[in-house]
Design a protein around this ligand. Sequence first.
Ligand code: CA
Length: 227
Amino acid sequence: MAKILIVEDEEDLWRGLQRHLQKEGYAVAHCGRGDTAVSTVLREAPDLIVLDVMLPGASGIDVCRELRARGIEVPIIMLTARSEEIDRVVGLEMGADDYVTKPFGVKELLARVRVRLRRDTAQARAGLSRYRFGDIEVNFDAHEVTRNGQRLELSPKELEVLRLLIRFRGEVVSRERMLHDIWGFDEAPNTRTVDTHILKLRQKLEEDPARPRFLLSIYGEGYKFVG
Ligand code: CA
């Protein structure tokens, strides 16, 4: 079942869309702000994004541009309200795949969603197959991490820790949560295992591991990825 993220602040509109998409058998996630949209994409890993241009916090155009700059290739259908927006969106230099103009018919949007998913899902499934921050590019599918094109060697567990932290970008993830999600209960290592992995990740990813920029410690709570 494909998951679709609707980024739209007009409640009637997104709730209506959600209903129609669910009726078609899609799973639906929602985000109502531009400035939290990228984090929501990381967390939800949608197969397709319906992205409005006019949003509180940041515009849909900025969101689209940031997603592409970070290497996130999930298909995007923009919702535009005015003709001057269309010009900017149609330039598509910021990386949207398609657009519909408000007011639009739900059938039209559903048809475009189907086309996009058919065309793109096979090659670029999931919102988090790639992620760029600083000089680092992570390809989760290929288990490859590079800095300025140079390969860095991360263990599978280190990569999983990084992936979990990126998924919850900007939020604190507790050691217990990391242990539970990555190691499971069976292996039962203690929370120092987490700290050791963070130290190693910092040595590999941070320019100055003693003063980390991306992998922050939040005293008494856990770790937070910023970037
Ligand atoms: Ca809007």
